[in-house]
Design a protein around this ligand. Sequence first.
Ligand SMILES: C[S@@+](CC[C@H](N)C(=O)[O-])C[C@H]1O[C@@H](n2cnc3c(N)ncnc32)[C@H](O)[C@@H]1O
Length: 204
Amino acid sequence: MDAQAHWERIYTQKAPDQVSWYRPHLETSIALIQQANPSRTASIIDVGGGESTLVDDLLAQAYSDVTVLDISQAAIDANRRRLGPAAENVRWLAADITQLSLEPAAYDVWHDRAVFHFLTAQQDRAAYVRQVLRAVRPGGHVIVSTFGPEGPTKCSGLDVVRYDAPSLHGAFGPHFRLIESKKELHDTPFGTVQQFLYCHCIVQ
Ligand SMILES: C[S@@+](CC[C@H](N)C(=O)[O-])C[C@H]1O[C@@H](n2cnc3c(N)ncnc32)[C@H](O)[C@@H]1O
């Protein structure tokens, strides 16, 4: 099964709060985004946003230029339904982040929670990093969260790559300056705990 079919199946079969990555709010993500760029006109993209409420929280914080991208159309549709009329204020993209060509230098902030770690093939990681370098303006912020070194080896039945801060920063390369990293213990809806790692870099 290809990646798109896999994620469409997940989002058509499971309730939003019945997936291991569910949190009512992505508190660490929103805090890092606000800290990275407090300007409410900052252009922000949430890559692999799934059905997360980050977009709701960004709009509630009065961020006015938000894009949500996901490989699953079902996830995008569910988000739009949840937001109701406010969905009109968001740009929605159903696409594989390693395949499309985002507009050059379009974003001030790039956010990804639990997407990059699914890229187990070097050519996919390279395509992702090229996409970041194309789409984020120089001086822009990149906030990427993966499973940490003690995190699970699989998610949603798929293999993942686990990272510590040096290896995640290293996967992005010399055009990224590491500003901050932090680990988070995520309580899943199933009573288990997963270690996540967040890195905040600036594109230089
Ligand atoms: C573990 S979920 C995380 C969802 C959300 N970021 C969160 O934290 O709640 C991974 C998400 O990445 C999306 N995804 C996986 N591979 C992708 C790709 N190549 N391009 C775009 N989205 C992708 C999936 O559809 C899914 O919504």
